[in-house]
Design a protein around this ligand. Structure first.
Ligand code: SF4
Length: 219
């Protein structure tokens, strides 16, 4: 930590992380030691104590539900939009989370074919030089926008962020506080689609319907 140990009588700075390297590497025994109150502590005791306090507080916070080491897994039936894909996910996991065929996912995100599906999204650039995940997401959003048919209808001003693939049409309409008929109109859904259809399943009910692309184009 670049602390001037040799010219100090006492190290009290918070920059000292108690690694005990200075104590252990000092050639003159007893010249450096760790003291708690008046008690001399062995370097190993300090290291164990620091680890217990550090990891103990993390585990305690986790046990109390105040802290999560890993993000909560997706619930059954839940899916992510393309702009919600996270860097810690592998390509395969991201494709599954967005309910996209793996090959189509590679195409949409412009991932070179030689990048293994187990590669983390944030690690693609290490395998494919010059790849930029944020740029790929932006380009994907732009392409969805271009695919939007030209219309004289006014721009959507409803905040659609709360919509998830695991919601039925009815629930999604309630979430964005839209009348069910307005919701059908906004999402260009044929009237004969049952309102208890899950948003993620619309592609199975309406031929050629791409829920993710529609949602992206409306945002
Ligand atoms: S215990 Fe570690 S961090 Fe602290 S002064 Fe010694 S070598 Fe530096």
């Amino acid at each position: 930590m670049n602390i001037d140990v040799q010219h100090s009588l006492k190290i009290t700075t918070s920059e000292c992380m108690n690694c005990q390297t200075c104590v252990n590497s000092c050639p003159k025994e007893g010249a450096l030691n760790h003291q708690m109150g008046n008690k001399l502590m062995k370097p190993l005791t300090i290291i164990v104590l620091v680890m217990v306090v550090f990891f103990g507080s993390i585990f305690a916070a986790q046990a109390l539900g105040l802290y999560q080491l890993t993000p909560a897994p997706l619930q059954v039936g839940e899916s992510l939009n393309y702009d919600e894909v996270k860097g810690y996910m592998s390509i395969k996991e991201a494709a599954e989370a967005t309910k996209t065929d793996l090959k189509v996912f590679y195409e949409k995100f412009k991932i070179p074919e030689n990048v293994p599906e187990t590669t983390k999204m944030k690690g693609i650039s290490e395998v494919a030089e010059g790849y930029d995940l944020d740029q790929a997401k932006e380009a994907l959003a732009e392409r969805s926008g271009e695919a939007k048919p030209v219309s004289s209808e006014p721009q959507n001003t409803v905040n659609l962020d709360g919509i998830k693939g695991s919601m039925t049409i009815t629930d999604a309409a309630k979430t964005v506080k839209l009348d069910i008929k307005e919701f059908y109109k906004l999402f260009k859904l044929p009237d004969n689609v049952p309102s208890n259809t899950y948003m993620k399943d619309l592609g199975n009910v309406v031929s050629g319907y791409d829920y993710h692309a529609m949602l992206t184009s409306l945002k």
